[in-house]
Design a protein around this ligand. Structure first.
Ligand SMILES: Cc1cc2nc3c(=O)[nH]c(=O)nc-3n(C[C@H](O)[C@H](O)[C@H](O)COP(=O)(O)OP(=O)(O)OC[C@H]3O[C@@H](n4cnc5c(N)ncnc54)[C@H](O)[C@@H]3O)c2cc1C
Length: 370
């Protein structure tokens, strides 16, 4: 039986970032991915926004890892030629209720250590973005955009260079606790494989609840069951109506239908947020609904052509009637699984947080006593 030191399940951007970090100091890191290529699931179906950290409660993992990840991300991008731009974002408010909401967001951002925020009146907003018509806005200058595939490829190269073995078309279907760690089995390139490992890291994205159940965790009683929450996108044709990211105040489970320039300047609208039963990436929304949402703060949108774009699926711990749920990133020693580290519910701001998540997991590994 092949023996690894650390096995990571899932070669999305998160698993790759963890592999890159762990293989700096550890021998025998093995990354297993069920698809034939890395980063084909959530990591390539998202908005590509480097979030500032205003949206998450103080001291939550999402807040801490996003704010730290934001700073680390700009450094990584600059030093490694990863396409990105720090464009800044306006979260816009119309009416008294929404003004109170952006004030609360600013307070939360202050508590989380987000730098440079400013509340602007409608006139200032109009000077920055002439087509945006609102009463006030919260400006967060540290929000930006990144090319997610370039980030995924960067972590892939670093993991490989540092000595991580990456096994594609390899799906883990069984995990058993044994006295020296874990035995894993499944299929690789159509054949059965078996291996053992001291530490196992579950970074399986939309499948992380199922992987958590393999060594016997009761995912329902632990609150690890995932809900799939779809997000569809449309694209604005012609000259871009805005230059920055423009968000409404968040409503419900998503951040509201917003405008995100990509690195070519073209504008994406979305994503919306609705729960679905299964994982699939077809866009099933109507452009008129998106246009109506955007019209509130960008009336000129009626003159623009909007065409269908991609879709993504969020791995949400938060069900339709639940309140905020944080990332689960923990070693399961207290559930009888020392050295088994779960990452579950890594939805937004997971991309932004990747460098900070990798450091956090590295800490958990070094403290783990098998
Ligand atoms: C619509 C949408 C918009 C988003 N926008 C942003 C944003 O703008 N900014 C931001 O910071 N974050 C954003 N996010 C969140 C971000 O994209 C995710 O947090 C991040 O991509 C998660 O990466 P991952 O590696 O955990 O998951 P994935 O990329 O899904 O990787 C998990 C991998 O595990 C593999 N796997 C699963 N089961 C097994 C198994 N049994 N054996 C082997 N391999 C397995 C899968 O094939 C997959 O490749 C967004 C997410 C969505 C859905």
């Amino acid at each position: 039986m092949e023996r690894a030191n650390i096995v990571i399940i899932g070669a999305g951007v998160v698993g790759l970032a963890i592999a890159a970090k762990l293989s700096e100091k550890n021998e025998g890191v093995l990354l297993l991915e069920k698809n034939r290529r890395v980063g084909q699931e959530i990591s390539s179906h998202n908005s590509g926004v480097i979030h500032s950290g205003i949206h998450y409660p103080k001291n939550s993992l999402k807040a801490r890892l996003c704010v730290t990840g934001n700073r680390m991300m700009y450094k990584i991008c600059s030093e490694n030629n990863i396409s990105h731009k720090m464009l800044g974002k306006l979260t816009v408010a119309i009416g008294e209720d929404e003004i109170r909401e952006i004030e609360s967001l600013k307070k939360q951002g202050d508590e989380n250590g987000v730098e440079g925020m400013k509340i602007m009146d409608g006139g200032e907003v109009g000077r920055m973005e002439p087509l945006v018509k609102v009463d006030q806005a919260l400006y967060t200058p540290t929000t930006g955009i990144i090319e997610p595939d370039e980030l995924t490829n960067y972590y892939y190269r670093r993991a490989s260079t540092n000595g991580t073995s990456i096994s594609l078309a390899t799906e883990v279907t069984e995990i058993k606790r044994v006295n020296y760690g874990y035995e894993l089995s499944g299929t690789s390139g159509g054949s059965q494989f078996d291996l053992s490992a001291r530490i196992v890291i579950n970074s399986a994205g939309l499948y992380s609840d199922k992987v958590a159940a393999l060594p016997g965790l009761d995912v329902d009683s632990l609150g690890y069951r995932l809900h799939y929450c779809k997000g569809d996108y449309f694209r604005v044709s012609g000259p871009p109506p805005v230059r920055r990211l423009i968000y409404p105040v968040p409503r419900g489970v998503g951040l509201g239908v917003h405008l995100t320039p990509d690195l070519s300047g073209s504008i994406k609208i979305g994503p919306n947020a609705y729960y679905v039963e299964s994982i699939e990436y077809t866009n099933s929304s109507k452009s008129e609904e998106f246009r109506n949402d955007v019209k509130r703060y960008l009336p000129a949108i009626v003159k623009y052509q909007i065409s269908e774009d991609s879709a993504g699926v969020r791995p949400k711990l938060q069900g339709p009637s639940d309140s905020f749920r944080d990332f689960v990133i923990r070693e399961e020693a207290d559930h009888g699984l020392p050295g088994f580290i779960n990452l579950i519910g890594i939805d937004s701001p997971g991309l932004t947080a990747t460098p900070a998540i990798a450091e956090y997991v590295s800490e958990l590994c070094s403290r783990s006593v098998i």
